[in-house]
Design a protein around this ligand. Structure first.
Ligand code: F6P
Ligand code: MN
Length: 322
């Protein structure tokens, strides 16, 4: 099995980007260890703080954020970073070539139940026309990502990553401490009979999503003429990993539960990197209105509607909005 760096060189990934990726991965290896020892190390449960999203921070959220933030800021590779756990972007090295957006620990409600969680990251080139601390550094569409990925802290610690040349799976080999390539050019099957959505929000969705899911639930006696299965891990990393592995449609649709907050998932460190991975694997990633990666961001924490996965199923879902 091939090691990470040679696999990236084979894809002609520039050396400075490879160095940045290795830097992020060094932090995730440490997080993987801390996650596995959380109970023993007194890292279960919540802090007394809330993050900018108004969510209670778990102790592991804070630890993961500090580990990634510190290693990135010390590396010299990044001009600025933004994180789910930081209110504002943080300036790094003025000569850093890249900016990184990350969700240090996605799915944190799974921490206390020893279930799937992961780190999501998205890399853009830094803009030379604006200062490092300028908000415009991060106002770059998903199409401009040079790399995106996640590390899933599951039974195996897995890295799923793209640099725009396909989506590849790697597994952390603890015997030598590095990630090994286990599957090159993963492909999301075009069709599926599996969907992922938080059904408890059903009554708050817009009518087209209500009708679409209704027709999935109707199974082989309904308009779709086939039965569908449902899965919901409640960690985007876990659900998207399943979609990349065996297909499916994942959605967090708009809802009117709280009129001030119609969407849940964050564009810069959840929707965009996952969209890049899904599209590079032959899937689709959209809102009900547009391709996610075409959105011009205006805020590092902005939220967005998400519909992604198997191409034909995503198109079927979109047809309900026409
Ligand atoms: O980070 C947000 C997130 O935890 C995602 O990882 C996950 O897909 C979703 O929220 C879960 O939402 P809910 O709590 O509604 O099940
Ligand atoms: Mn998250």
């Amino acid at each position: 099995m091939q090691r990470l760096a040679p696999a990236l060189r084979e894809d002609n990934v520039p050396l400075d980007l490879i160095s940045l990726i290795k830097t992020i991965l060094a932090a995730t290896k440490e997080i993987s260890f801390r996650v596995s020892q959380a109970h023993l190390g007194g890292l279960m449960g919540s802090t007394l703080d809330e993050n900018i999203q108004g969510e209670v921070q778990k102790k592991l959220d804070v630890v993961a954020n500090e580990l990634i933030k510190d290693i990135l800021l010390e590396s010299g590779f990044v001009r600025a970073i933004s994180s789910e756990e930081e209110e504002h972007s943080v300036v790094g090295d003025e000569n850093g070539k890249f900016i990184v957006s990350f969700d240090p620990l996605d799915g944190s409600s799974n921490i206390d139940i020893n279930s799937l969680i992961g780190t999501i990251f998205s890399i853009h080139e830094a803009r030379d026309d604006v200062p490092a601390g300028d908000a415009a550094q991060f106002q770059q569409a998903g199409t401009k990502q040079v790399c995106a990925g996640y590390v899933l802290y599951g039974p195996s610690t897995m890295l799923v990553m793209t640099t725009g040349k396909g989506t590849h799976f790697y597994v952390l080999d603890r015997t030598h401490g590095g990630f090994l390539l286990v599957e090159r050019n993963v492909q999301v099957p075009k069709t599926t009979q599996e969907f992922a959505v938080n059904m408890s929000n059903q009554r708050f969705w817009q009518p087209p999503m209500q009708r679409y899911i209704q027709d999935l639930l109707a199974g082989d006696t309904g308009p779709r003429g086939k039965n569908f299965n449902m899965r919901w891990i409640a960690a985007m990393v876990g659900d998207i990993h399943r979609v990349l592995t065996r297909g499916g449609i994942f959605t967090y649709p708009a809802d009117n539960k709280d009129p001030k907050k119609p969407f849940k998932l964050r564009l810069m460190y959840e929707a965009n990197p996952m969209s890049f991975l899904i599209e590079q694997a032959g899937g689709l990633a959209v809102t009900s209105q547009e391709r996610i990666m075409d959105i011009e961001p205006d805020d590092i924490h902005q939220r967005v509607e998400v519909i992604m996965g198997s191409e034909e199923e995503v198109n079927t879902c979109l047809s309900y909005y026409q």
